[in-house]
Write a protein that binds this ligand. Structure first.
Ligand code: C2O
Length: 484
């Protein structure tokens, strides 16, 4: 047992688990009693046992040959690779699909078990990088120590990140749109875009390329945080729910390898409850994360675009090096807007359709609607809609399999409400190319490839109640075995 599992810790964890279990006889006490905790990286020293074990495992994995499923190369290649040859499960990451959250959860789960084995630390759990916390916007310091297995040199990880001068602007690591959404797939898509894609694009180097990203050890602490958001999203309740009536989603099976290098298959239903099915929890999670199963209440919601109010009239819009302004003429629908703003259930949305680039653009565009001239444009502005960045979907050169353009939906209710007060007929929709902050100041990154937006529509969306007979608790699979 790891030295972190002191007796005190055991009692505390067992106590917490017992409380959860008392409310429900459906959970297996044994499976929760000492769930390893995925800890917050904030303030964690390079000498912390978690990071020491992580380094030890990476070192051992790098000594194995590429064809060994436990090797660092092979594990990274499961996500994506530019290596020649093809082995089972290579290049299978799910992006811009319904399986983004669940595929990456499975991927981290088996990766974590392999790290336990390769480090000889059976209680090891992947830490998470909470970049939403303003004190964690730079690359975590232990990952910047050259010579460490957690370090990746320029250009595979740009110097500005390794030196600590680069940081994320608040608008690029803003999960609020995703957290507010009630529909699972909308929330997942929004979180995949902001902060997930933005973090990849801002860091650049390996992280900026879907076929190389998982070679950087920071990839996994980034994804640990993205995985944590799934729990936090659900814990807000209010009808938020995993898509348990979606048979295709539930049954989707992916291939991985366990810590003995044996093939294992898992589906989305196997990974819905971290503590109960996968035996881990996140540091600082609210108790609702665990209550979720017990508080299953109808209704739950799906988001539908009910009507395109103002269809796009023009040619495609190209985003490049410069800030771009597209006027949105709202004169024809002006009278309808006040009623829509009053509606509890309906919202005005701006849809960007058919968004494509030939290669990864390497830039995050911030999007603002209806801001009067000379107002400050930042994430706090009521005119801030969100961000556009392409990491996977929409990038032609990254398509494994069939190419899919990207699509963005921004809730524009607040921005339009603010704009109406300024009596403009045409609302400026502004796209500002942005990069990471360098020494706290905005930077303008190079656009590697322009982005084309096929259509920009103003639409009405609403949340629709979905009634169903979905099981209250997902079918349990065999309890995952602990690594030996
Ligand atoms: Cu599958 Cu963050 O990438």
């Amino acid at each position: 047992m790891s030295n972190r599992f002191t007796r005190r810790r055991f009692i505390a964890t067992a106590g917490a688990a017992a409380t959860t279990v008392l409310g429900s006889s459906i959970f297996n006490l044994e499976s929760v009693w000492a769930a390893p905790i995925r800890r917050n990286l904030g303030g964690m020293a390079a000498s912390d046992p978690v990071l020491v074990s992580y380094r030890k495992a990476i070192k051992a994995m790098k000594l194995l040959s590429t064809s060994n499923p436990l090797s660092w190369d092979y594990q990274a290649a499961i996500h994506g690779t530019t290596l020649a040859g093809s082995y089972p499960a290579w290049n299978t990451c799910e992006h811009g699909t319904h399986f983004f959250w669940c595929w990456h959860r499975m991927y981290l789960y088996w990766f974590e078990r392999i790290i336990r084995k390769m480090s000889g630390d059976p209680g090891w759990a992947l830490p998470f990088w909470d970049y939403h916390d303003p004190s964690q916007r730079t690359l975590p310091p232990p990952f910047r120590v050259s010579g460490s297995e957690l370090f990746v040199a320029n250009p595979n990880r740009p110097t500005a990140w390794n030196s600590g001068s680069a940081s994320f602007p608040a608008s690029h690591v803003d999960p609020s749109a995703g957290m507010a959404a009630l529909d699972y797939f909308i929330a997942q898509g929004d979180i995949e875009s902001n902060p997930h894609d933005n973090v990849h694009v801002d860091i650049g180097g390996w992280m900026g390329n879907i076929s190389e990203a998982a070679q950087d050890p920071v990839f996994f602490v980034h994804h640990s945080n993205i995985d944590r958001y799934w729990n936090l999203w659900l814990a807000q309740s209010g009808g938020r729910h995993d898509p348990l009536t979606d048979a295709a989603w539930k049954g989707h099976t992916s291939l991985f390898f366990d810590e003995n290098g044996k093939e294992v298959r898992m589906n989305c239903c196997d990974v819905l409850r971290c503590a109960e099915q996968l035996n881990y929890t996140y540091e600082g999670e609210p108790p609702e994360v665990k209550e979720y199963c017990l508080k299953f209440i109808f209704p739950w919601w799906i988001f539908v675009i009910a009507q395109v109010l103002i269809p796009w009239p023009g040619p495609p819009v190209e985003l490049g090096e410069r800030e771009i302004t597209v006027p949105i003429d709202i004169s024809r629908v002006r009278e309808r807007i006040p009623a829509l703003l009053q509606s509890r259930n309906e919202s005005l949305v701006i849809e960007l359709d058919n968004v494509v680039a030939d290669r990864a653009p390497g830039v995050v565009w911030e999007v603002y609607l209806g801001a009067p001239p000379n107002t400050a444009m930042n994430a706090e502005s009521p005119h801030f809609l969100g961000t556009v960045s392409l990491f996977s979907r929409g990038v032609r050169s990254h398509a494994h399999g069939e190419f899919q353009p990207q699509h963005f939906t921004f809730n524009a209710t607040r921005a339009i409400e603010a704009a109406l007060r300024t009596r403009q007929e045409k609302l400026p929709l502004v796209f500002v190319p942005t990069g990471p902050l360098i020494d706290g100041k905005p930077s303008q990154p190079k656009v590697q490839s322009p982005v084309r937006i096929g259509a920009i529509n103003v639409s009405i969306g609403h949340n629709e109640e979905r009634k169903s007979d979905a099981p209250i608790v997902p079918e349990r699979q065999q309890e995952p075995k602990r690594p030996k």
